[in-house]
Design a protein around this ligand. Structure first.
Ligand SMILES: NC(=O)c1ccc[n+]([C@@H]2O[C@H](COP(=O)([O-])OP(=O)(O)OC[C@H]3O[C@@H](n4cnc5c(N)ncnc54)[C@H](OP(=O)(O)O)[C@@H]3O)[C@@H](O)[C@H]2O)c1
Length: 405
């Protein structure tokens, strides 16, 4: 893997070369980049305010609201496969529990400090794997998990209610999450989707109480309505918003990112590789499995056979720019996200240790202002066909919570 960023100035070039060398050396040795770095920090999961003066350029740590993390995180969204012992992602990749545990530990060794998961992933399986993987290295990471669906806490069955953010349910879920994650605190607790039946003030107030009790440290929302963000933030300041964002889905640029900027909220991008599309994992003739387990792309309109050939224009653009920057398509896509704002952190998901290491290399790629403008213009010229999500999933995004009476 060779990376050739074009720096903004000579100073940055020197830093970038150092970082590139650092990342590649660290990846080769399988150790944390900052163990080798002159501008390194000593522990993961730091509060931003506790570590003034750290460099914030690509390759260093970056601010995420009140937190400070490595620029690329790791998404842990897995569920049981069709056969015993098999663990699958939402697409067509599979591995097993020991491999998942190794992957997480390798990621932390190589410098990742933001680990994302959720109660709903499995349900429970992903939190359980993350909890086991982090034994002994828990303090090195910012651990992010989510509540908000109506899941039976004993059986793991999804209940017909769909979403459930009632205060007593949140409290029960958090206690179960702490057990599964084998920890005494959740660093960022995120409401997975806004519950239209529960005032967001009640949700934020419950999280505030959990923070007071030491079980939770920070609060976040995923795919929320804009007014719910303001209302929640007024009760318990939000550390992060976690929405889908990538070159394939630029929805947050219109209103969500400006709101984050206004309120000082960090932004975590889910599906930053466009569900594998931007990393080169999809072709014009790709067809996705519907059995024994459905690949989420099989039910997502933007991956339908009739629109894929047109949408490949974006994958081609990414591939060309990746060549130009001596990067892989996945790295180029993640670096583009990092270049948008200094408080954006992508959490690519993978079942593949080599992909994980490759993705961290994105932190060493930078763009000149001119390059970024050129790339943004080219991306904007491509109109992606087909809705981003199946209707039943899309309807849960941008929802406003019930008014507080
Ligand atoms: N808040 C929410 O509602 C929400 C929703 C969805 C996801 N998330 C979070 O976001 C995380 C990431 O999203 P995601 O997994 O949906 O999508 P993603 O990160 O955009 O893409 C994952 C796909 O990309 C492939 N991939 C990863 N790195 C690659 C590389 N270097 N080269 C080639 N292929 C690569 C993976 O396959 P391999 O396994 O083969 O690498 C997998 O198929 C999840 O794990 C989860 O934590 C949150």
């Amino acid at each position: 893997m060779s990376i050739r960023p074009t720096p903004m100035n000579a100073d940055l070039e020197g830093q970038n070369q150092q970082r590139r060398h650092l990342m590649l050396t660290a990846a080769t040795l399988g150790v944390a980049p900052w163990l080798l770095s002159a501008c390194a920090s000593t522990a993961g999961g730091a509060e931003a305010g506790r570590s003034p003066g750290r460099p914030q350029a690509a390759g260093a740590r970056r601010r995420l609201g009140p937190l400070e993390v490595f620029p690329v995180g790791l998404g842990c969204q897995w569920r049981p496969g069709a056969t015993p012992g098999v663990v699958v992602d939402s697409y067509s990749s599979r591995f097993d529990r020991p491999a998942a545990i190794r992957l997480i530990r390798q990621a932390v060794d190589q410098g990742v400090t933001l680990i994302d998961t959720a109660e709903a992933y499995g349900p429970f399986l992903s939190e359980d794997i993350v909890g086991e993987a982090l034994q002994g290295i828990r303090d090195k990471v910012v651990l992010e998990t989510k509540f908000g669906f109506d899941i039976d806490q004993v059986t793991g069955q999804r209940l017909p209610g769909g979403r459930n953010s009632r205060p007593e349910h949140i409290r029960r879920v958090v206690d179960a999450q702490l057990r599964r994650l084998r920890t005494d605190r959740i660093d960022v607790l995120i409401q997975h989707r806004v519950d239209p039946n529960v005032p967001i003030e009640d949700v934020a107030g419950t999280v505030k109480d959990l923070i007071g009790a030491g079980k939770v440290r920070h609060f976040g929302l995923s795919e929320p309505g804009l007014q719910s963000v303001r209302r929640a933030h007024a009760v318990q300041p939000l550390a992060v918003i976690q929405n889908e964002y990538s070159m394939l889905w630029r929805g947050p640029e219109a209103q969500v990112l400006p709101l984050c900027e206004e309120l000082g909220i960090g932004f975590v991008c889910w599906s930053p590789l466009g569900m594998g599309f931007l990393a080169g994992g999809v072709r014009a003739d790709s067809r996705f499995a519907t059995a024994p387990i459905t690949d989420f792309r099989a039910i997502s309109p933007r991956f339908a056979p009739e629109v894929l050939p047109a949408n490949m224009a974006l994958a081609d653009l990414v591939r060309n720019w990746a060549q130009r920057k001596n990067a892989t398509p996945g790295q180029l896509s993640l670096a583009w996200l990092l270049a948008q704002k200094p408080w954006i952190v992508p959490i690519p998901g993978t079942t593949n240790a080599a992909h994980m290491t490759e993705n961290l290399g994105a932190a060493s790629i930078s763009f000149t202002a001119q390059e970024l403008q050129q790339l943004n213009t080219a991306v904007a010229a491509i109109r992606i066909q087909g809705d981003r999500l199946p209707p039943a999933v899309a309807v849960m995004s941008g929802v406003e919570a019930a008014p507080k009476r």
